[in-house]
Design a protein. Structure first.
Length: 764
């Protein structure tokens, strides 16, 4: 309350208390606000409030509200931190260590169960040879494992001078560390001083790890990487077209990244399509987005399948031989290590340890080294970690710094490393591991699947056929997944024999009378055998790594469900292009702190025991004839009320096809509005909490009037600047259509008000 304190004083106290301000505002207390809104002098009094609230906050009962986040969040167990410090002191000498900072995936919002702790260690005295310096990393990891530390840890080592020079040059690496760092040990505040300071002229772009005004290469390194991918694609095109396409697309992605550099923006993250859209919408490039969208989809569905497939081990080794013969040692190492990584992944996934990238070698050694010969374990420490290190600085960005504080990019022609020897050693590891019976996944099969994929379908046999195509490409061990299809009383004919024959996953096909999505999905849950239930709409296509990425998101027992990232299926239809531009149903809904409030159950994975605990989807909705809409809001609200949390793994990708007619769009959003308002009435929730109007004509009219007067003009301007005149007319019109249709659905749900009030009273 700011009767006795002004805002600067409060901010100073908050800062001293170790908090960062997420958002802040001055506001009126609810009673005062209500009085003002209904006063005949509301307009004048409101203007007085806004003009004088800083000077006379007590006049209208002013409050200063701030949403805070503590800087001292515990991101790793204290005993682990102590253990890491002890091992580092033993490796480098306690007096030699200046700072220990923790960064990386554990500080991001979308971390996974097997995410790693990424340490930056500042040491006074380090060898100048980067390869000699990096030899410390596997030694530390081995010590930690032997000391009983289960967490995965990665280490980057710099001298104070190197790190200071990187900061002075406005390094991308240093700026990115500022986004999410924790200092565990810091002599004389060295690391804290650098990472808490603002560099003039540096601007973070769109709340991501992209920056303007940072130091970056002149493009020569990017050109070399692009040319390597292009040459690799040419050399292997005939022997392995899918892997060749992967390299072609990576070369294309590098070209887009280079264009962003030319506009002063450093961004190496994102897909082909996301980078291309940024270039078109923000910088006026004239890229063919429809073609790039299709190529991006091909990379996700075919390129990644070829690279990560368990059965691609021999393909990678054959490609590596060709690249070695053509004097491309770095690329030969990439494919040889990819073969080794896929051996790891098949074994780990067979034990329900779902990881796709990161500290894979470390996780494998942690869980399986006990069954390996000691000599083989030593070879893994000596070679697998080394391959990861070298490849980690050979792509579009490097996380290593040279003596001048600039990124190190590995060049095989000038490197002191013997690439041929390392590649040979990694290939030998592949063969030794494949012949080791103790880690052979055929001995690790289980009686029932880990995950059941439930697909509810209604009158869409063609879409279902495409959906099954995507599920057939899932990279997951045999026996780990099953498919449950529930037909909600379709009029359209489904060729069940064809579906059973087509599906590569064990399949159940269930027919039922038409009743709506809630009962249909509940039947799917009941028929599922898996510990997890992954829901997928019949118009969705899942990328090959969709399931394993979703399963990686169950990082603790509090997580009850994990959501996907949903892109639009490549299509030139105007509704598809509109849905992509508006990023409809792209990600789960989050609050300002990044907590997931609601996952979209058209493409999410949930624990079956939690689904059963909360009673599944709201069966009353189906019984009352509301076919869809609000079902995921209701379910995830019940899950969070039961004390569980929800998650999101950005890399769990699906594509949905919004193609249809304008009439379909109207019908769909009327259903969404009716279903969501049904949930509000059925549970007694406040509609304002969900950002929707009450189910009354005045409330809906006010909502539409506000939308037309405030939102539509802004949307016209935004779309015109990004897309042009045609879309500036069409897209806001479709926005208004969605909003109006949704509000019509809200009004349709009024008929349930009295009935549901009685239900709530009975339950109370």
């Amino acid at each position: 309350h700011i009767h006795h304190f002004n805002r600067p004083q409060i901010r100073e106290m908050v800062d001293k208390g170790g908090f960062d301000i997420i958002s802040e505002n001055a506001t009126r207390i609810p009673k005062a606000a209500s009085l003002l809104d209904h006063s005949p002098y509301a307009l004048a009094e409101s203007a007085t409030w806004h003009l004088a609230r800083e000077k006379y906050p007590e006049l209208w009962g002013g409050f200063y509200l701030a949403l805070l986040k503590s800087r001292n969040v515990e991101v790793m167990p204290p005993e682990t931190a102590d253990n890491v410090k002890a091992q580092l002191a033993e490796e480098f000498g306690g007096e030699n260590i200046v700072s220990i900072g923790i960064f990386g995936s554990t500080t991001r919002e979308t971390d996974k169960k097997h995410s790693d702790y990424d340490f930056t260690i500042i040491v006074r005295d380090l060898p100048e040879d980067i390869h000699e310096r990096e030899a410390a990393s596997p030694r530390i990891k081995k010590r930690l494992r032997e000391a009983g530390v289960d967490e995965l840890c990665a280490f980057n080592l710099y001298t104070p001078e190197e790190f200071q020079r990187a900061s002075d040059q406005r390094s991308w690496l240093v700026e990115s560390m500022k986004v999410g760092y924790r200092v565990l040990s810091d002599r004389d505040g060295f690391l804290k001083d650098i990472l808490s300071s603002d560099q003039p002229g540096v601007e973070r772009v769109e709340n991501s790890l992209a920056w303007r005004g940072v130091e970056y290469e002149d493009g020569s390194h990017l050109t070399a990487v692009i040319e390597r991918h292009q040459k690799t694609a040419e050399l292997i095109e005939e022997m392995d077209p899918q892997l060749a396409v992967y390299h072609e697309r990576e070369a294309q992605r590098g070209t887009l990244i280079k264009k962003l550099y030319e506009h002063g923006e450093y961004d190496t993250r994102g897909s082909l399509f996301s980078l291309a859209k940024k270039l078109n919408y923000k910088y006026g490039e004239k890229l063919d987005l429809a073609n790039i969208h299709q190529e991006d989809f091909q990379q996700e569905m075919e390129g990644k399948k070829a690279v990560f497939d368990y059965d691609s081990v021999d393909r990678h080794l054959r490609v590596a031989e060709v690249l070695t013969e053509n004097q491309m040692p770095l690329d030969a190492l990439f494919h040889t290590y990819a073969a080794l990584r896929n051996v790891y992944l098949k074994t780990l996934h067979s034990q329900d340890k779902y990881i796709v990238d990161g500290e894979i070698t470390q996780l494998f050694l942690r869980d399986f080294s006990g069954g390996l010969p000691p000599a083989l374990t030593e070879k893994l420490y000596a070679n697998s970690f080394k391959a990861e290190q070298v490849l980690g600085r050979s792509g579009f960005v490097s996380f290593d710094l040279d003596q001048d504080g600039k990124p190190i990019y590995e060049d095989p022609q000038t490197s002191q490393l013997n690439y041929g020897e390392l590649t040979t050693n990694v290939r030998d590891l592949v063969n030794e591991l494949r012949s080791n019976q103790d880690i052979n996944p055929t001995h690790l099969k289980q009686d029932k699947p880990t995950v059941s994929v439930v697909v509810a379908t209604y009158n869409r046999p063609e879409q279902l056929d495409t959906c099954i195509d995507g599920l057939n490409k899932q990279i997951i061990p045999d026996g780990k997944a099953e498919l449950v299809i529930v037909d909600d009383g379709s009029i359209a004919e489904y060729d069940v024999d064809h579906i059973r024959e087509k599906s590569k996953l064990p399949i159940k096909f269930i027919r039922k009378d038409h009743s709506g999505i809630c009962e249909t999905k509940n039947i799917g849950i009941e028929a599922s055998k898996g510990e997890y239930v992954a829901f997928l709409d019949d118009d969705m296509v899942a990328s090959p790594l969709w399931l394993v990425n979703l399963l990686s998101g169950f990082k603790n027992d509090r997580i009850a469900g994990v959501g996907s990232t949903n892109y639009v299926y490549p299509d030139t239809h105007y509704l598809a292009e509109y849905a992509d531009y508006r990023e409809l149903v792209r990600q789960p809904f989050k609050d300002k702190m990044g907590e997931v409030l609601n996952v979209l159950t058209g493409s999410a994975c949930l624990r079956k025991d939690v689904l059963e605990e909360v009673g599944g989807f709201n069966i009353r909705q189906s019984e009352d004839g509301v076919p869809f809409g609000g079902d995921d809001v209701d379910l995830t609200w019940n899950i969070r009320n039961a004390g569980y949390s929800l998650g999101h793994v950005e890399a769990a990708v699906t594509y949905f096809n919004p193609r249809g007619t304008y009439k379909d769009l109207v019908k769909q959003h009327i259903g969404y509005g009716e279903g969501t308002m049904y949930h509000v009435l059925d549970t007694g929730r406040d509609a304002e909490e969900l950002g929707i109007p009450e189910a009354t004509y005045p409330a809906v009219a006010k909502d539409l009037l506000k939308y037309v007067s405030k939102e539509v003009p802004k949307r016209v301007v935004d779309v015109y600047q990004a897309k042009g005149v045609k879309e500036a007319v069409l897209y806001p019109f479709l926005d208004l259509t969605r909003r109006a249709s949704y509000d019509v659905g809200i009004l349709k749900a009024r008929k349930f008000r009295d009935k549901n009030i009685e239900n709530i009273q009975d339950e109370n």
